[in-house]
Structure formats: structure tokens, C-alpha cells
Design a protein around this ligand. Structure first.
Ligand SMILES: [Zn+2]
Length: 118
């Protein structure tokens, strides 16, 4: 780690750009993102509290993802018992930067709101 990295550990991350359309803010501390279950195709809206569930990427977590903040969450929908393991990275304004979703995939708010077409 260089001198600047130690001084500003998140300096290199400030350029990680948030993707639009994947989150919706609700009030000062609420944040929604959306996933789709791999097994049954259910679209699930997930609400986060930025004050308690979202963690800062620092210490041993700092290099494990591109965001300044992240959340790790297990999501279970209502149509099947598949456990969807989500790790989602956010920038300093809680825009979604990257997501790793096991047993599911990340979808946009628009995709979530589109009714199933099959
Ligand atoms: Zn499912």
C-alpha cells in the first residue's frame, strides 16, 4: 500500500461509477434493490436500512469489492425456498456499483415492475 492509499484508502474507489436504475431510495435511510430467483423466476424487492445493514468497506473487507459501502444479505422469496445470497456494493451515495448474486440475478427497478410475460 502506498502513502496515498494509507491516507485515503478509498481514493482509488471514487471512480467506481454507480449504475442507475438498480436502486430506489426511500426516505433518508431506506434503499431498495431488486433480484430475480434462479429457480422459480420470482422477482423480489429487497429493502435495506442504510443505517444498520449497509457496512463500510474497510479493514479486511476493503479490497473484496469495488464499492465504498456494501451489504451481504440472504433473500428468500415467497414462491420457493431457494436462498439467494447477495453481496451488493454501493458508492458513497448508495448508487449500486456491483453485485454478486448467488442463486439469482440482479434486475433493475423497471424489470421488477414489468409484469411477467409468459
Ligand atoms: Zn424462487
Amino acid at each position: 500500500m502506498g502513502f496515498l492509499d494509507r491516507l485515503f484508502p478509498n481514493l482509488g474507489k471514487s471512480r467506481a461509477r454507480g449504475k442507475s436504475g438498480y436502486t430506489r431510495a426511500e426516505g433518508p435511510h431506506g434503499l431498495w434493490f431488486y433480484v430475480q430467483c434462479d429457480r422459480c423466476g420470482e422477482k423480489i424487492a429487497v429493502r435495506l436500512r442504510t443505517t444498520s445493514e449497509v457496512q463500510k468497506r474497510e479493514g479486511p473487507d476493503a479490497d473484496l469489492g469495488p464499492g465504498q459501502y456494501f451489504v451481504r444479505k440472504t433473500i428468500v422469496g415467497s414462491q420457493c425456498y431457494q436462498r439467494i445470497e447477495a453481496t451488493v456494493d454501493f458508492d458513497s451515495k448508495y448508487n449500486l456499483v456491483d453485485a454478486d448474486i448467488k442463486h439469482g440475478k440482479l434486475i433493475t427497478q423497471k424489470e421488477y415492475e414489468q409484469r411477467d410475460e409468459y
